[in-house]
Ligand binder design. Structure first.
Ligand SMILES: C[S@@+](CC[C@H](N)C(=O)[O-])C[C@H]1O[C@@H](n2cnc3c(N)ncnc32)[C@H](O)[C@@H]1O
Length: 180
C-alpha cells in the first residue's frame, strides 16, 4: 500500500495492520518535518512493515507496477500538477491495482483570481477540482471504473469559505488500473 502525502503517518499505520507481516505500507511526503514525525511515530508504535520516503507525489520515489493499492487523504487538492499525480499513481500500481482517495472537490468552478491566491491553496479550497475534471484526468492516466462520491451533491450547501465563496465538499474517489 502506498499513501500519497502521508503526513504523520496515520493511514500507513492503519494499513499496516491490514496488509499483515508480509505486506508493506509506504508513505511518501515532501516535507522533511512530517517525515521525521512519521518515522518517530513508527518507531514508537513498533511498526516493522511501514516505511516513509521523502518525495513529491508528482515524482514518486517508487518502482513501476510495485504496489497493490494507492491511498491518499486530503493531499491531491494541494498539488499544482494533478495530471502528474494521477499518472504517477497509475505507473506504480500493479495491473488490477486500486486507487482510493479522499479529497476536497469543488462543486462549482473556482475563479482564476481565487486559484491564484496561495492562502486559499493552503486552506484546501483553491486547488480543488470539479468531479468531471478529476474523472477526465483519471481516465487520461489510464484508470477505469472511476467512481466519485461527494459528501454532498452539487447544488447542496457544501462548505463555503466566507472569503472565497467557493463551495467545496469532501469526496471519495476510486478507480482501478486494468488488469494486464
Ligand atoms: C493535509 S496533510 C494530510 C496528511 C495525511 N494524509 C493525513 O491524512 O493525515 C497534507 C500532507 O501532504 C503533504 N504534501 C502536500 N503536497 C505534497 C506533494 N506535492 N508531494 C508530497 N507531499 C505533499 C504535506 O507535506 C502534508 O504532510
Amino acid at each position: 500500500m502506498l499513501d500519497l502525502g502521508s503526513g504523520a503517518g496515520i493511514d500507513c499505520f492503519l494499513a499496516a495492520q491490514r496488509v499483515g507481516s508480509r505486506g508493506r505500507a509506504i508513505g511518501v511526503d515532501m516535507t522533511p518535518e512530517m517525515l521525521a514525525r512519521a518515522r518517530e511515530n513508527a518507531r514508537r508504535g513498533g511498526y516493522r512493515n511501514v516505511e516513509f520516503r521523502l518525495g513529491e507525489i508528482e515524482h514518486l520515489p517508487v518502482a513501476d507496477r510495485s504496489v497493490d493499492v494507492v491511498l491518499s487523504n486530503c493531499v491531491i487538492n494541494l498539488a499544482p500538477d494533478k495530471d502528474a499525480v494521477y499518472r504517477e499513481a497509475y505507473r506504480v500500481l500493479r495491473p488490477g491495482g486500486r486507487l482510493a482517495v479522499a479529497d476536497i472537490l469543488a462543486v462549482r468552478p473556482i475563479p482564476a483570481r481565487e486559484r491564484a491566491d496561495r492562502t486559499r491553496w493552503t486552506s484546501c479550497t483553491a486547488g480543488a477540482l470539479e468531479p468531471d475534471k478529476v474523472r477526465q484526468l483519471l481516465r487520461k492516466a489510464g484508470f477505469r471504473n472511476v467512481r466519485i462520491e461527494l459528501a454532498r451533491p452539487p447544488g447542496g450547501s457544501g462548505r463555503r469559505t466566507t472569503a472565497a465563496r467557493t463551495a467545496v465538499v469532501s469526496a471519495s474517489i476510486r478507480a482501478t488500473k486494468p488488469a494486464a
